[in-house]
Design a protein around this ligand. Structure first.
Ligand SMILES: Cc1ncc(COP(=O)(O)O)c(C=O)c1O
Length: 416
């Protein structure tokens, strides 16, 4: 029997099929086509409640803001906001999505290492909770654009070299994000000289797919070496399982370590914000593909009807996944490269992976693709970006429709 532990908790094997959120994956594939991003909606809701409970039970003045970058869709934000989450947005575009989803502006935090005037103006117009100042230029921009005091946090680069892929580490000494610890006093002094800036607290985010909780404590420690404030935003970053042998901290473990460290080093009279992205949505989502070709040429290449167009995680960070061939539960696995249909050898979903005797037309499920895959989907080779399907109580609904060939041409000005 396959390892279902990487799929949403509702996943069950049913004969030759897989049921998620009460829906058979063969029927979802038939009705909506492949490739398709599929979510277990209840799993999303449960994860949001789990995060809120883990934080507020330990520190009532906590807020959980969904990092919209992990899944920038109105359909997703609406589900999570209904469960009481705020939003962390980068720039005016993600802010627009959050507002369209009905997020309360007061629960929105805006980041960006290089904010434009347009970003700042959008944040000011919407009256969001906090703009997170990432450097001295942000201070100048806010001073120029804001006409009354704006609540802000200051992003600190805490000098924590997190043990994750270099592309996902954001808190080290060479990082492009935030203000290095030694420059923080100057940044605070500069902000205090600007009447339009109401500095309320500090922020640190050390990276993504972090599996060692002591690294979050190190970031708290770094912030505790600075002047004290009323608000602390500890970013996101909690890692998730992608392969059976992966071990990831639970949300409770994470909250326990983070809140204990905050209480110890910063006291209990503070407001805490966390901004989970990946760990909020990764496991609730999967990608459904069909096998298009199986080629034995030196290596065994199993090519599906998607690839780099809908999942860049392997190409960008070498992320591995654990695909399942639906229905071939008892077949002897063969080691293959699960590849896509894009014109590049780097178009690999996962290399060297055991796959159960795949054949053309088989349905392949890639678990734990709920975070950052939709985000970075693209039109490489004219690929149409896949739809997003939410399954709940046996009903499947479309959150985002599949792109069409007309969509591909929609921005072209030079059409005959
Ligand atoms: C400032 C900030 N907050 C939160 C997140 C979300 O991180 P993750 O998806 O790893 O939880 C990120 C992503 O890197 C980020 O840059």
């Amino acid at each position: 029997m396959p390892d279902l532990s990487l799929l949403p908790p509702s996943a069950t094997v049913e004969g030759e099929d897989l049921r998620i959120g009460g829906c058979l994956m063969s029927e979802v594939a038939e009705r909506f086509g492949t490739p398709a991003y599929v979510f277990d909606e209840q799993a999303l809701r449960d994860r949001a409640s789990e995060y809120r409970a883990a934080m507020t039970s330990r520190h009532p003045a906590s807020r959980v803001c969904f990092a919209v970058k992990a899944y920038p869709s109105v359909s997703m934000i609406r589900v999570l906001v209904a469960e009481g989450l705020g939003c962390d947005v980068v720039g005016a575009g993600e802010l627009r999505l959050a507002l369209a989803a009905g997020a309360d502006p007061a629960t929105i935090v805006m980041h960006g290492n290089a904010k434009s005037d347009q970003d700042i103006e959008a944040a000011l117009d919407a009256g969001i909770g906090y703009i997170v100042v990432d450097g001295f230029d942000d201070i100048d921009r806010i001073e120029r654009l804001a006409h009354r005091p704006v609540p802000v946090l200051l992003r600190v680069s805490p000098g924590v070299e997190s043990a994750t892929h270099a592309a996902l580490a954001t808190g080290g000494k060479q990082s492009k994000f935030g203000v290095p610890v030694e420059q923080v006093p100057a940044a605070i002094a500069r902000m205090r000289a600007v009447p339009a800036i109401d500095l309320r607290g500090l922020h640190a985010h050390i990276g993504s797919q972090i599996l060692a909780t002591d690294q979050f404590e190190a970031a708290v420690d770094a912030l505790a070496s600075l002047e004290r404030f009323e608000v602390y935003d500890f970013g996101g970053g909690l890692g998730v399982r992608y392969e059976s042998h992966d071990v990831a901290p639970s949300v409770d473990d994470y909250a326990e370590r983070l809140v204990s460290a905050a209480h110890k080093h910063l006291g209990e009279g503070i407001e805490i914000i966390v901004e989970p992205g990946r760990s909020m949505v990764a496991r609730a989502g999967l990608t459904l593909y069909r096998v298009l070709t199986v080629k034995r040429a030196g290596r065994l290449h199993v090519a599906v009807d998607g690839g780099m167009g809908d999942n860049l995680e392997h190409s960008l960070y070498g992320q591995r996944f654990s695909p399942l061939v639906v229905g071939r539960w008892d077949a002897e696995p063969v080691v293959a490269d699960l590849v896509g249909r894009h014109c590049e050898s780097g178009d690999v979903i996962t290399p060297d992976v055991p796959l159960a005797d795949p054949a053309i037309g088989d349905l392949v499920v890639v678990p734990a693709t709920g975070a950052y895959c939709f985000t970075m989907s693209n039109n490489y080779n004219g690929a149409l970006r896949p739809p997003v399907i939410y399954c709940a109580d046996g009903r499947a609904r479309i959150g985002v429709r599949r792109e069409t060939f007309d969509d591909l041409l929609a921005r072209e000005v030079d059409l005959p």
